[in-house]
Design a binder for this molecule. Sequence first.
Ligand code: PLP
Ligand code: COI
Length: 387
Amino acid sequence: MDITDRSVVKLPPEGLFDDPRQLGFGKVFSPNMFLMDYDEQRGWHDPRIVPFGPLQLSPSAMVFHYGQEIFEGLKAFRHADGSVHIFRPDRNAARFNRSARRMSMPEIPEAIQIEAMRALVDVDRDWVPPCPKPPRPCPTALYIRPTMIATQESLGVSPSNKYLYFIITGPVGPYFRPREEHLVAEAGDEKQCRPRLTPDDTLRILIARDWVRAAPGGTGAAKTGGNYAASLLARKVARDHNCAEVLWLDAVERRHVEEVGAMNIMFVLDGVVTTPPASGTILEGVTRESLGVLCKEMNIPFVQRAIHIEEILQGLQSGDCTEIFGCGTAAVVAPVRELVDLLPDGSERVYKVGDGTPGPIAKKLYEALTGVQFGFDPDTHRWLVRA
Ligand code: PLP
Ligand code: COI
């Protein structure tokens, strides 16, 4: 692909990476973006890197009316030697095309998506935060957000005949903002500079009994904006109950656990890491898949099967369910400390998960995954693509 490069060089403001908490998630953007157009005559054409800035679109562009839009989320990590690596971009590129098929949008060859990401990360490589190091071993990365929108100017309900593909990036800190204590390393050797989960990283989660995220035959397995728009009301109720996110149940029986917020969910049941199967209503997470591989490697039993919410609530009371954690690119591994169920009278029934601190399996998986991502451990599966 012949990418036209009209990028600008801008260095990050002094001190931007000093305190990862200030970075937040998705608030700071790198100075350049990748754009590429599609129409029926020319297919995908005019790949270019240009300064980050507003897009000019007609108010009649179909994306604004019928939500024909898909996106991805992945990260690039800086290693201690300064090199920059994108984590499993092939898996995100493949999922982007699955989302495109579901939303009647044109696919983009995986190799072109990966080339575009690498080229963009390359021009903005100064915006990839440093490898975790003392005294603040906080995991930071460059978040990469590929997106496709329908740009045909028409109000007819049909697939658009024109699209824009764009990629923006930006340095990010933790998705769920921990308190200060998390960021101070225990003094010591290089090993102790690995980011670690602490009690500050645990979440309180509300069981969503009144809303569903995805129904069989719907778009739950596609990464499309409408799924997220539809989730916001439940999230607001969760926030009103001092919960970070909701636990989604299946749309038909309202019994089977599906996801947690914008993350896949895992339970440790009788020592087995258990996660719902990818049956069409959940997003097939790259983190979920990677943790499955790491479990096998570390001889931790891992199964995919339907999980009844009652099984979990009973397991929390009996002690059979020892850990619950969400997993995803943005949040990495996010342990749950409490599940909250709203009773018909509006009161809360709270189920504690273990002792409320990150469990041993969540910690192990978090350290194994970030160990590969930051280059502390060998990349035996070739998950990293150098930018
Ligand atoms: N589920 C939903 C709804 C998500 O938005 C995400 C984030 O992308 C995930 C799960 C986790 O997927 P991944 O691990 O590929 O980031
Ligand atoms: C991710 O984990 O990358 C996500 O996309 C979740 C959210 C920020 C939409």
